[in-house]
Design a protein around this ligand. Sequence first.
Ligand code: ADP
Ligand code: MG
Length: 214
Amino acid sequence: MLTLTGVSKSYGDRVLFADATLQVNRGDRIGLVGPNGAGKSTLFGLILGEEPADEGRINRERDATIGYLPQESAPIGDETVVEIACAITPDFVSLMRRVKAWDAGHPVEAAHPEDLHDDVHERFHECNGYMVEAKAKQILAGLGLKPEQFDKPARELSGGQVMRAHLARLLVQEPDLLMLDEPTTHLDLESLLWFQQYLQGYPLERVEFQCILQ
Ligand SMILES: Nc1ncnc2c1ncn2[C@@H]1O[C@H](COP(=O)(O)OP(=O)(O)O)[C@@H](O)[C@H]1O
Ligand SMILES: [Mg+2]
C-alpha cells in the first residue's frame, strides 16, 4: 500500500532519515516509536507529500485512501462534536444539518429552496446517514466523550476532546491507511483500552456512504 525506498531527509545539518526504507502492506499495524524531535511527524509529512524528501522515493498505492490525524488539530468553526465525527465528506454534514433542521421543525427552505422533506430524508437514507451517525456516536462514546457533549459546538470543548472527535471521524471513514500522530496523548486509560480493542478489529465491515448531492 505504501513503500519508501532510500529516503533521506535533513533540516540543516540535522539528519532525520538517511536511506530509510519502509513497506506497509494491507493489514499491517505499525507503531513508530522515537523520542521528541526524532522525526515521527516529519515522516508523516513526507508520506503525505507536504514535505519533500531530499532523496529517495515514496510510492502510494493509487487507490488506497489515507486518513491522517495530525499531532495538532486545526482551529475549528461552529461545528458540533458529532458533526466533526460525521464529516466523512464536506457534503455529508450539510445534508445532515438539513435533515436535523426538518426533524426539529425548523426547515431551512429559504436557504435551500430545492430542499423538500422527503427528498432530503431520502438522500440521507440513501447514503446510510443514520448508520454513519450511529457509528460516529458509538465511537465518540468509546473515546470517552459524553452524549451531552455530542451536540455542543466543538470550540466549547478542550483541545483533547476535539482531537478525539477528529479521531472518531477517521474511524468512521475507515480509510485503507490510518496514519495517527500521537493519537493516545489525550486518551484516558479507559478510552485507550477501548481504542486498542477497536484497532484490533479494524477495518470493520465497510459502510458505503456514497452521497450524490445535487
Ligand atoms: N519545517 C521544519 N524546518 C526546520 N526544522 C524542522 C521542521 N520540521 C521539523 N523540524 C525539526 O525536525 C526535527 C524532527 O521534528 P518532528 O518530525 O516534529 O519530530 P517528532 O514528531 O518525532 O517529535 C525536530 O528537531 C524539529 O525541530
Ligand atoms: Mg511529532
